[in-house]
Design a protein around this ligand. Structure first.
Ligand code: HEM
Length: 136
C-alpha cells in the first residue's frame, strides 16, 4: 500500500458508507472498508466517524498495539490540509473534554483543607502569643 497519496478532508468525507469507509487518525487516512465487519468494537462506532477525523474516538478506547498494526495495514495516504480546514484533532487537547469538573472538585477539597489547617495553625499561634504576653 502506498502512503504517499494526499487527500483533502473533503475527499475523505466522500468515503463515508459501510461499503466505502475512510477515516482520519492522527492526520493519516485509512481505508477501513474491509475491516468494518471484523472490528471487535462493532461496525456502528466506525460508521459514526466514517469520512471524519476519528483520532479522539480511536484513542479514547485505548486500542492495543495489535489494533495499531491493523491500522497500519489500512493506510492509504495522508491528509492534505486546506486553508479553513479544522485543526487536527489531538487526543491530548482538553478542549472537548466534558468532564473536567471531577479534578477541579478534588482541588477544591484540597484547597479547603489547606485553608482550615492554615487557619487552625494561625489561631493556635495567636493564642500562644497572647498567653506569652499575659505571662510577662
Ligand atoms: C480503523 C480503525 C480501528 C481499528 C483498526 C480498530 C481495531 C480494534 C481492535 C483490534 C479491537 C480489539 C481490542 C484491541 O486490540 O484494542 C478494538 C476494540 C474496540 N474498538 Fe476499535 N478499532 C478502530 C476504530 C475504532 C473507533 C473509531 C472506535 C470508536 C469509538 C472504536 C471502538 C472500539 C471499542 C469500543 C472496542 C472495544 C470492544 C470490546 O472490548 O468489547 N474502534 N478495535
Amino acid at each position: 500500500m502506498s502512503d504517499s497519496k494526499e487527500f483533502t478532508l473533503k475527499e475523505v468525507s466522500e468515503h463515508a458508507t459501510k461499503k466505502d469507509l475512510y477515516m482520519v487518525i492522527h492526520d493519516k487516512v485509512y481505508d477501513c472498508t474491509s475491516f468494518v465487519d471484523e472490528h471487535p468494537g462493532g461496525e456502528e462506532v466506525l460508521l459514526d466517524v466514517a469520512g471524519q477525523d476519528g483520532t479522539e474516538a480511536f484513542e479514547d478506547v485505548g486500542h492495543s498495539d495489535e489494533a495499531r498494526e491493523i491500522l497500519d495495514g489500512l493506510l492509504v495516504g495522508t491528509v492534505k490540509r486546506m486553508p479553513g480546514d479544522p485543526a487536527p484533532k489531538s487526543h491530548a487537547a482538553p478542549a472537548s473534554s466534558a468532564s473536567g469538573s471531577s479534578s477541579s472538585g478534588g482541588f477544591g477539597v484540597g484547597l479547603y483543607a489547606v485553608i482550615l489547617i492554615g487557619g487552625a495553625i494561625a489561631y493556635g499561634a495567636y493564642n500562644y502569643m497572647q498567653a506569652q504576653q499575659s505571662a510577662n
